[in-house]
Design a protein around this ligand. Structure first.
Ligand code: C5P
Length: 245
């Protein structure tokens, strides 16, 4: 497979074309950003760790009937993916209140939600990825009503599957962000990545200290230290859970 041109560079990944127009190569970067790139840094080995975690999770989801863009992992920090038309939506699923939900609603950090909350944000860096109402989503024609229904359904299915999986890792899945894209047949597929960069993961074995529990990008956002160790810990637990399944 010969790598061709760089088609897109995001905050965490670079996408390259390949000799197959239906396949892209995603290279995961060590660069870390937060607060809409106002905070910048780097997390050692993050590219390799997130590529490995995402690859394993996509394969788990595929095994549970969720279609994803994942093809394979030709190098530790590289993932071959199906070329999709990515919808400009960030779909957040929340099980426990944290982050912007607490800031915007006053709910206390750690409040367990009675049922998972699915939220749609406009994927637009210039506007700071604002939370959408469904009327605004349709006003901007970001997706059709059928696509929104399908995405909401898929998001809850993925949440269930991931909660079970992370449960086996002794980790609580607090919340996470998904992106979806359309293939040539207009089928919706899960895209992007699922990793400690895009989710909140709390260690169940460290119940005494809330900060010690954090195994995700909040360690970078909130300067909690030991960021790489936390990401490594997630990867080790993911691999162990898969090995013993
Ligand atoms: O910041 P907020 O609480 O809305 O984030 C909810 C979840 O979505 C978190 O797990 C966060 O890491 C993820 N997220 C993301 N990319 C964004 C915004 C949020 O991965 N642009």
């Amino acid at each position: 497979m010969s790598v061709k041109t760089r088609v897109y560079e995001g905050k965490a990944k670079i996408l390259y074309t390949t000799d197959d127009p239906e396949i892209l190569l995603a290279e995961f970067k060590d660069d870390a950003t937060a607060f809409n790139a106002q905070k910048r840094g780097s997390i050692e080995k993050k590219g390799v760790i997130n590529c490995s975690i995402s690859s394993q999770i996509f394969q788990q989801l595929e095994a549970h009937g969720i279609r994803t863009h994942y093809i394979d992992t030709p190098a530790p920090d590289q993932m071959r993916v199906k070329a999709l038309k990515i919808l400009p939506l960030e779909v957040v699923v929340r099980n426990i209140a944290a982050g912007s939900l607490c800031q915007q609603t006053g709910l206390a950090l750690g409040t367990v939600l009675k049922k998972p909350l699915v939220e749609f944000y406009y994927k637009n860096d210039q506007l700071g990825d604002p939370l959408l109402t469904s009327d605004r989503l349709f006003l901007l024609e970001l997706a059709t009503p059928e696509q929104v229904d399908t995405i909401a359904h898929l998001a809850l299915q993925i949440n269930k599957s991931l909660c079970d999986f992370f449960g086996r890792c002794n980790i609580t899945l607090v919340d996470f962000k998904l992106e979806f894209g359309l293939d040539a047949q207009q089928q919706l597929l899960l895209a992007d990545e699922i990793s400690p960069d895009t989710s909140r993961l709390w260690d169940n074995s460290k119940q005494s200290d809330p900060n010690l529990r954090v195994l995700d990008k909040d360690r970078f956002r909130r300067d909690l230290g030991n960021v790489e160790n936390a990401y490594q810990e997630v990867l080790q637990r993911v691999l162990k859970a898969i090995e013993s399944s």
